[in-house]
Design a protein around this ligand. Structure first.
Ligand code: 5AD
Ligand code: SF4
Length: 460
């Protein structure tokens, strides 16, 4: 039996995690990930499955026997990336390399990928990952083309071992898929229907993570707050948060993404009661216009969304709020867009991700009138981002001289310079005369503020 040491985790946290995995089969794999944190974490699980079958992980496709791309199709640009990657293997001798396409583009394009790139051997969507070990076995047995494209699973992707890349923050899935039907969104087609894991399986994984040295976990799901415990315990999402926060050794619990529709007061009450639940809620609004929200099929109005924000703002400790916005959805008028700008002023988000609307296959929005020209899309995005930059600059400036606890996750090149995150997920760059701070919780006083990060000094 080969022993694989999780070297990165060991060297960065000083804690040793030993995994006894399958015997080496002499083969190596490379995996590149596009898209969201769900995808990043899926790749960690896929890597775990491969290590469990005796493969070695390498960091260049040229050096690998097995090359996997875990793909994203949320917007057109993201989806195109994989075809440019696959193009590299066209003329270059791919030799005996096995090329696999995983994730959302795999699900969306299916077997058409074999037509566009005949040198691909495996196409597997994320709803079929639990079949991955069988698919790998078929490839190892010499099968030339294998697929996993079913969406009809009611199971989640459980692995014996997950090869985690981030030594300080452990991602873990609590719910897969999506049962909403937002008019612009491809996710229900690429990730299938909602499936929640049992609370017992989640809590067991959290306990294992503590044993590995993690103190911060991030619960993942397309809509985490739609979580429904399938076991007889029937924990609600808020109860699950509390249970995770109470696992001994856990100091920080994050969760993403929340859907406004299923966001309830109990979640805020849980955050108020348990300091381990981080001061941060990511609550995508998409638009500040009730009419656009209706066309997007978001199932809430601007006023209903603002009532959820009021609930978060009424918490006993300040909770940072971030969001996602789509500009130039079909039919969005100048007045609708101004509604989004005024929503930014009202809510005062701490950060946001903003996108131009991108038409996606199979989605209801494809049939809507009122497409907005590219140049106007760009204009709106720039205005929105500039407005938000001003808001963030002012919000961060108000933090000058305050002291925050930071989990240190980066050592900068320059001596004595470090970075970490506050519980509200702000990046704080700071100086310290001390050594070996990676993975430590330290107190940092803010001495400077920009729109996207803070600067400070270690308070010893
Ligand atoms: N076009 C542009 N942005 C999109 N998003 C989802 N679908 C689309 C699309 N078709 C954005 C939403 C979502 C985030 C993950 O991506 O803002 O919250
Ligand atoms: Fe992209 Fe959505 Fe798939 Fe994540 S779930 S990889 S954001 S398409």
């Amino acid at each position: 039996m080969a022993q694989t040491f999780d070297v990165q985790l060991e060297s960065l946290t000083g804690k040793r995690s030993v995994r006894v995995l399958g015997p080496p089969n002499g083969k190596s794999f490379y995996i590149e990930t596009f898209g969201c944190q769900m995808n990043v974490h899926d790749s960690e699980k896929v890597a775990g499955v491969l290590l469990g079958r005796g493969y070695r992980q390498v960091d260049a496709p040229e050096a690998a026997d097995l090359v996997f791309y875990n793909t994203c199709s949320i917007r057109e640009k993201a989806a195109q990336k994989v075809f440019s990657r696959l193009g590299r293997f066209k003329s270059a001798q791919s030799g005996n390399k096995v090329i696999g396409v995983l994730g959302c583009v795999a699900q969306q394009e299916g077997e058409q990928i074999f037509e566009r790139a005949p040198w691909v051997s495996l196409v597997c969507g994320s709803a079929s990952y639990r079949k991955l070990p069988q698919l790998l076995a078929q490839l190892e047995a010499g099968n030339r083309r294998v697929t996993g494209l079913g969406l009809d699973t009611d199971e989640t992707f459980e692995t014996d071992f997950t090869r985690r890349d981030n030594p300080f923050r452990a991602y873990l899935t609590i719910i897969e898929g999506c049962d909403k039907s937002c008019a612009y969104c491809v996710v229900p087609y690429t990730r299938g229907p909602e499936r929640s894991r049992t609370s017992a399986a989640i809590l067991e994984e959290v306990r294992q993570l503590v044993e590995l040295g993690y103190t911060e976990v991030q619960l993942l799901g397309q809509n985490v707050n739609s979580y429904r415990d399938p076991s007889p315990r029937r924990m609600s999402f808020a109860e699950l948060l509390v249970a995770v926060a109470q696992v001994p050794g856990i100091r920080r619990v994050r969760f993403t993404t929340s859907h406004p529709r299923d966001f309830h007061r109990e979640i805020v009450q849980a955050i108020d009661a348990f300091p381990a639940l981080c001061d941060h809620v990511h609550l995508p609004v998409q638009s500040g216009s009730t009419e656009v929200l209706r066309r997007m099929r978001r199932n809430y109005t601007r006023e209903e969304y603002l009532a959820k924000i009021d609930c978060i703002r009424s918490a006993r400790r300040p909770i940072s709020i971030t969001t996602d916005i789509i500009v130039a959805f079909p039919g969005e008028t100048e007045k609708d867009f101004e509604g989004t700008l005024s929503l930014l002023d009202t809510v005062q988000y701490d950060s946001l991700f903003s996108f131009k609307y991108s038409p996606r296959p199979n989605t209801a929005a494809l049939h809507l009138d009122g497409a907005i020209p590219e140049s106007e899309q760009g204009r709106r995005l720039t205005i929105l981002q500039e407005r938000q930059r001003q808001i963030q600059t002012a919000r961060n400036a108000a933090l000058l001289d305050r002291t925050f606890e930071v989990l240190v996750d980066t050592r900068h090149q320059r001596d004595g310079q470090w970075a970490g995150r506050t519980t509200s997920n702000r990046v704080l760059n700071f100086s310290s005369p001390l050594q070996d701070l990676l993975g430590e919780y330290v107190q940092v006083r803010v001495t400077g503020a920009g729109p996207n990060s803070l600067v400070g000094e270690h308070v010893i």
